[in-house]
Design a protein. Structure first.
Length: 473
């Protein structure tokens, strides 16, 4: 379901449905620990103690073995300290990392791609900001003791002061944003005892990730080199939360020195009020990245010395990029995607929920059964997550249903591989047209896009006027 090419070939979708050895057992241990967090770890009950033991036993053959066992024992006795919670979060993260690695290996087998080797950054503690991460860990430890059923507004509000102090510091903005969003979700569910449905896996993910991101060196993103050459955008993935928005551009980078092309990402983020939604997020993000305009216009970007991490993330700077020539995303997908090398994930980013591998699919039949959309080729179906198509662009679930080719992100969710469309080719009046989810990223003359922009502009203007009045009073 992807084009032939060096290092690529036809994607063997049958491999995506075959079971992965050890995956179910690793996830079962994670789930057992996650259920223990629901009731809180201040005075664990026997069923929670069993979950702690299961997590520790799952990492028994790793360097974390003794530390995880000690932490599980002390936590089961109701005597857990902050270091014990860190050890448990590390064990949980390591298990999910092993799941990530097994799934990524299966993707490489199915697509025939090559992948770079993992690197671990050197740890350097910053004594200037050590107190703030320590305060964040203290709050996270209190959350673990209370459990999701024990949260209340007083406990959750304890994050506000820490977040406010961390956000102005660029070095701490990443964990601060995570803590801010996490606290907002918890606050919306207070009191926990009255919450009917707790997102057990999600909150445990956020808790363990936040706990580890506050450790010395964890938030450092070492630059491994610079990128000089041509950037060919494939599509834009929009991440939106009540308090923040991010646009992540997936692209193929062709180095000027003629070395092998590789997959890269460039992201721009901005805080936002919860009233700015859909097309409004582009007005917050657009001023910070010229690449969004290139995506809308179907152009490449010429990079000169752009910093890039070992994980393939461009540290974007508009001064080191200029618009290039026309670059059709589907031409890039057909010609260059299969041969592009995939960078390895950073250690703390090894999580199955973070798998997002650009793929190209065509020659499929679209089938829908019980509200589930699938692309099927050679008798092998792949579930399509049409509901993940952002409302901030012209791409719609209906366009996906009528498509003949698709650029998407291969993800893993709820025990199966799925495809999240970024762009599709469809037929309109007997002509093949491309519809991109990021088609309005840099602005548009499209009627629907113009209406969405006007509505967003009105909302942003009202917010600015209110903010101005508040500042004057």
């Amino acid at each position: 379901m992807v084009p032939d090419g060096p290092g690529g070939g036809v994607m063997r979708t049958a491999l995506l449905t075959d079971p992965v050895d050890g995956l179910d057992e690793a996830l079962a241990a994670v789930d057992a620990f996650d259920r223990a967090l629901v009731g809180g770890l201040l005075r664990p009950r026997p069923v929670q103690t069993a979950g702690l033991t299961e997590l520790a036993e799952a990492v028994a053959g790793t360097p974390l073995a003794s530390r995880a066992a000690e932490a599980a024992g002390r936590t089961a006795a109701g005597a857990a300290a902050e270091d014990d919670f860190i050890a448990l979060a590390a064990a949980r993260t390591a298990l999910l990392g092993s799941v990530h690695d097994a799934l990524v290996a299966r993707i490489d087998e199915a697509t025939g791609r090559t992948r770079g080797e993992q690197t671990a950054p050197a740890v350097r503690a910053d004594r200037r900001t050590a107190n703030l991460p320590a305060a964040a860990r203290s709050w996270l430890s209190d959350l673990a003791r209370a459990g999701w059923q024990g949260i209340d507004h007083e406990l959750v509000s304890g994050a506000a002061q820490v977040v406010s102090a961390m956000l102005p510091d660029p070095a701490l903005r990443r964990p601060a944003t995570l803590l801010d969003g996490f606290a907002a979700e918890l606050a919306a569910s207070c009191p926990g005892a009255a919450t009917e449905r707790i997102p057990v896996r999600r909150w445990a993910d956020l808790w363990s990730r936040a706990m580890l991101l506050t450790l010395p060196g964890a938030i450092e993103v070492p630059v491994s080199g610079t990128a000089t050459g041509r950037l060919l955008p494939l599509g834009v993935d929009v991440h939106e939360h009540a308090t923040a928005a991010q646009a992540q551009v997936h692209a193929v980078f062709e180095p000027a020195d003629g070395t092998a092309p590789r997959l890269v990402r460039a992201a721009v983020s901005a805080p936002k009020p919860d009233t700015v939604v859909e097309a409004g997020v582009w007005q917050l993000l657009r001023p910070h990245m010229a690449l969004l305009a290139a995506v809308s216009e179907g152009r490449s970007m010429d990079l000169s010395g752009m910093p890039v991490t070992a994980e393939g993330d461009l540290i974007w700077n508009d001064e080191q990029a200029r618009p290039g020539g026309p670059a059709d995303a589907f031409a890039t997908a057909r010609v260059a995607l299969a041969a592009a090398e995939v960078p390895a994930a950073a250690p703390l980013d090894r999580h199955p929920a973070r798998i997002a591998e650009p793929v190209f699919l065509e020659g499929y039949t679209v089938r829908e059964d019980g509200g589930t959309l699938r692309f099927e080729a050679a008798g092998h179906p792949v579930t399509v997550e049409a509901d993940r198509v952002p409302a901030a662009g012209p791409l719609t679930p209906q366009a996906v249903r009528e498509s003949s080719a698709c650029i998407g992100l291969l993800r893993w969710d709820a025990g199966a591989f799925t495809v999240q469309p970024l762009a599709v080719e469809t037929t309109v009046r007997r002509k093949t047209v491309a519809v991109h989810g990021g088609g309005w990223a840099g602005g548009t003359a499209d009627k629907a896009g113009a209406r969405a922009e006007k509505a967003a502009t009105d909302a942003v203007r009202v917010l600015r006027e209110r903010a101005g009045r508040l500042l004057r009073t």
